[in-house]
Design a protein around this ligand. Structure first.
Ligand code: 5GP
Length: 190
């Protein structure tokens, strides 16, 4: 997606050879027009997939997931991050390591929001090692819902996450693929 690539080129900041700061574009400030275009693009790719729900993880996935759900005309559900994993029989919970924060967090979705009648499109901001993605896929599997696919705004191609999701047999679409990060230079796929 050219529009997103352009914004990443202008506003992304290389923090290290595996971390790209995208606070101005996705993680702290969002441009509603850009986000709606991203939602339109994911909706275009999944229009024929009989999606009943868009699922994401708080917080950076929410705007993109909202825009996608709006375009598809279905509800959006986000997994909440919890500080402590108290057993809760009314929710599906999973523990995931956080790539950027270096801690583990627990994510949960109430059972009433995901059922075996659902066909889910998962949306997230960035995929790195894929821990968040695998956590949300485990939650969806527990609920008995189907997964139509996984849409991420930014795929860091040099980390293993996207590959491990595709190896699970899950369709994964990204809008921008980052091939590598160099000091002051973000190398993206054409
Ligand atoms: P994963 O679980 O795939 O390793 O990491 C996924 C989450 O970590 C993403 O939802 C994203 O918020 C965060 N993340 C991973 N890599 C980066 C990065 O290079 N920059 C930023 N800003 N966030 C990242």
């Amino acid at each position: 997606m050219e529009l997103l690539k352009e914004r990443i080129r202008r506003e992304g900041v290389v923090v290290s050879n595996d971390v790209l700061k995208l606070d101005a574009v996705l993680n702290h400030q969002v441009d509603p027009q850009l986000i709606m275009e991203m939602g339109k693009e994911f909706a275009r790719r999944y229009r024929e997939e009989r999606v009943t729900k868009v699922v994401t993880i708080e917080s950076s996935g929410i705007p993109i997931a909202f825009a996608t759900a709006y375009e598809l005309g279905v509800p959006m559900v986000f997994a909440r991050r919890k500080k402590t994993l108290t057993t809760d029989s009314d929710s599906y919970c999973e523990r995931i390591p956080s790539f950027t924060k270096g801690i583990v967090t627990d994510i949960m979705i109430p059972k009433s929001f995901l059922t075996e009648q659902d066909r889910v499109l998962v949306i997230d901001d960035i995929i790195a090692n894929g821990d968040a993605a695998r956590g949300i896929i485990r939650i969806i599997a527990k609920s008995g819902a189907d997964i139509a696919g996984f849409g991420v705004a930014v795929e860091k191609d040099f980390q293993k996450g996207a590959r491990t999701i595709r190896e699970l047999g899950v369709r994964l679409d990204s809008l921008v693929k980052i091939l590598r990060l160099e000091p002051g230079n973000i190398v993206m796929e054409d």
